[in-house]
Design a protein around this ligand. Structure first.
Ligand code: NAD
Length: 253
């Protein structure tokens, strides 16, 4: 799919994998709307890539709709990358017998599942209104799951449930959106060196990298961005979830 001159919405685009993807899309001629909670980082990046920052909590439909409307101003909306996500670590029953905080479980599902679906449904609506390209193609969506969708570790009940839901929704949404020429794929990253992991001291990062099959290091956000770009531009990629994890299979802890 030719994306030059098109517009994109990248949720969670102010940091980590979303930021790397926003940069790569801009390098490829796409006008990017960075839809994120973090205005400080979002504004700076938007200036750097000649894009637009849209303050946005992905769980708020009005705010996502406003980000999509901003993209429509920049060109035909053909790309949506959903990177906004949060983690939470808590055992189902703690060592002291306390059950998992149900509010926290709900919040993780709201942001990671409902937020991702909000990006999908509102971007898809805008894509469906565009002129079709070759093969009646109108746009492509990429979601961010996690290796934790498949081998979630101790304490990852809420996170794994949310990332598994993103895997689960990928095929039915591909089937829904085929009628309007929109594709959707999901990336399930392993361990990626983003600000999310950046708080860890270097020796701990190195030790985590050693747990990867090959190469023995954390992934870079740019490696995610390149895979996202391939999934967007390769018109035959649809309805798939791809692990990008150096072959790691996470242990219980
Ligand atoms: N870093 C990893 O090892 C790793 C591995 C697998 C999956 N992931 C997933 O990748 C995605 C990107 O994570 P990252 O590592 O780049 O983290 P990050 O913290 O660098 O970036 C996440 C961005 O999402 C934004 N965000 C969070 N909640 C939001 C909300 N409700 N509305 C709008 N924006 C919101 C944050 O402000 C931040 O800019 C997340 O979904 C994460 O779960 C990360």
């Amino acid at each position: 799919m030719d994306i030059n001159g098109a517009s994109a919405i990248v949720t969670g685009g102010a940091s980590g994998m979303g930021a790397a993807t926003s940069r790569l899309l801009a390098e490829n001629g796409v006008k990017v709307v960075i839809a994120d909670l973090n205005a400080d980082k979002g504004e700076v990046l938007a200036k750097e890539i000649d894009g637009v920052f849209a303050p946005c909590n992905v769980t708020e439909s009005d705010e996502v709709a406003a980000a999509v409307a901003a993209a429509k101003e920049l060109g035909p909306v053909r790309v949506c990358v959903n990177c906004a996500g949060i983690g939470w670590a808590q055992r189902t029953i703690g060592k002291d017998g306390t059950p998992h905080d149900i509010g926290a479980f709900n919040t993780v599902l709201q942001v990671n599942v409902v937020g991702t679906f909000n990006g999908i449904r509102l971007a898809a609506q805008a894509m469906a209104e565009t002129e079709p390209l070759a093969d009646n193609e109108r746009g492509a969506i990429v979601n961010t799951s996690s290796a934790a969708a498949f081998d979630g570790q101790i304490g990852q009940a809420s996170y794994s449930a949310s990332k598994g839901a993103i895997v689960g929704m990928t095929l039915p949404i591909a089937r829904d959106l085929a009628a309007v020429g929109v594709r959707i794929n999901t990336i399930a990253p392993g361990l990626v060196d983003t600000p999310l992991l950046g708080l860890l001291p270097d020796p701990q990062k190195k030790a985590l990298g050693e747990t990867v099959l090959f190469p023995k290091r954390l992934a870079t956000p740019e490696e995610f961005a390149h895979l996202a770009l391939e999934l967007i531009t390769n018109s035959y990629m649809n309805g798939e979830t791809i692990r990008m994890d150096g072959g790691i299979r996470m242990q219980p802890k």
